[in-house]
Design a protein around this ligand. Structure first.
Ligand SMILES: [Fe+2]
Ligand SMILES: [Fe+2]
Length: 396
């Protein structure tokens, strides 16, 4: 291998490693789809400045029933995708290169140059689908084709390398496709697991609410208020997402409180109050020690703590109370004010805002709430009102 080729190979390998790294980090955030990843990978690894790469790449995926293949052609220039074509459909039984290489070749990657089998570049054009020729926009002189196997079978065809398309180029394309293929499969699996996880959490939150009057609306509203409060306090997007998903689990501990106490009409005895006040500790236990549920656990344990240390169960004070718990406290208190309970009537939005300003016989705003979050609440109280109205109907 010449030193120039060595240098290029090193650069391409490094680009591939960076891509794998970035993708693995983003897999947890679910921020890409199969096609996006292919395009990003191809432009980073093949299209970089001074790199040896094709002028255009056609990525095509097979329909589930195998009848038709649809894809787009991307033009690469100095590390960027400069243009992408409309969708092109190809019948796999047609006589063009895509299908020939797919059915005839023994290996999964094939490099082809016009001079190897044709009299002229013009003759060579007869191998290609008219849609592809039009999208490439220049006479095709060479190509490398790679078949993607596995869950989402498809084909990548890289057109018009400078000079000849070589075995080295074919190897680069193959390594790239293998890595992308594994990442796509992995991300699909992560997405499935994530979906199952979210579903389980929602089911758990709903099951706990079901013991009380009303079912899901209270927890949905608390999720939304908490997200709005976090976002408008300027907290990072990932934090906002986590809070607005985890808030719904604030009362999971109530599942261990007897229904006869939860649903009791009229005043509770001291002993009954003591049992209810254990629900944050029960919630903490139920959510266990999974790192994935840490925010939910913080919320469950801290949403009845007060800023001045007069809350329960641990009488935490000020910033010792997890921020997520302080956020959900405001959300939960607002919703409780607006909702009908066995011991109280619901109040209007204006009345709830007045209680957040002046307090009442149970709530002392300056003593109970984080002052920064309270200020945010006053700035966005109209959003709370909208959330309540759009999801009104059930208490919590
Ligand atoms: Fe609670
Ligand atoms: Fe609640």
């Amino acid at each position: 291998m010449s030193s120039e080729l060595c240098e290029m190979s090193l650069q391409q390998t490094q680009a591939l490693i960076r891509l794998t790294d970035d993708t693995l980090q983003n897999i947890c955030c679910k921020r890409f789809t199969g096609e996006e990843l292919y395009v990003e990978a191809l432009q980073k690894v093949l299209g970089g400045k001074g790199r040896r790469g094709p002028a255009s790449i056609f990525i095509v995926f097979q329909e589930k029933d195998g009848t038709i293949r649809r894809g787009r052609l991307f033009h690469l220039k100095e590390g960027e995708v400069v243009e992408r074509s409309e969708e092109i459909s190809i019948d796999p039984l047609s006589n063009y290169a895509v299908s020939l290489a797919q059915t005839g070749a023994q290996t999964d990657v094939v490099a082809s140059n016009w001079a190897d089998g044709c009299e002229s570049v013009e003759d060579y054009q007869a191998n290609f689908h008219p849609g592809i020729k039009a999208a490439v926009g220049a006479p095709i002189r060479n190509f490398i084709i790679y078949r993607i196997s596995g869950e989402a079978p498809g084909t990548i065809i890289a057109f018009n390398y400078h000079g000849r398309a070589t075995n080295y180029d074919a190897d680069v394309l193959r390594s790239l496709a293998v890595v992308i293929g594994s990442l796509v499969t992995l991300s699909d699996e992560v997405r499935e697991t994530e979906k199952a996880f979210l579903y389980t959490i929602e089911a758990l939150a709903r099951a706990c609410e079901a013991a009380e009057e009303g079912t899901g609306k209270h927890i949905q509203r608390v999720n939304r208020y908490a997200g709005a409060l976090a976002a408008n306090t300027g907290l990072p997007v990932d934090f906002v997402d986590a809070v607005s998903f985890s808030a719904q689990m604030h009362d999971v501990g109530k599942i261990k409180v007897p229904v006869s106490i939860l649903l009791k009409e009229g005043a509770l005895t001291r002993e009954e109050m003591d049992v209810i006040m254990l629900h944050p500790v029960y919630g903490e236990k139920i959510l266990g020690d999974s790192p994935r549920l840490q925010i939910a656990r913080d919320i469950a344990i801290a949403h009845h703590e007060n800023w001045d240390g007069s809350g329960y169960p641990y009488k935490l004070k000020g910033e010792a109370i997890p921020l997520t718990g302080r956020i959900v406290k405001i959300a939960d208190v607002y919703d409780a004010l607006r909702s009908k309970r066995s011991y109280k009537r619901p109040v209007s939005h204006a009345e709830a805002v007045r209680v957040f300003k002046e307090g009442d016989d149970r709530i002392n705003p300056l003593a109970h709430f984080d002052p920064v979050l309270l200020a945010t609440f006053f700035k966005i109280e109209h959003i709370f009102e909208k959330i309540y109205e759009s999801l009104a109907g059930e208490s919590g």
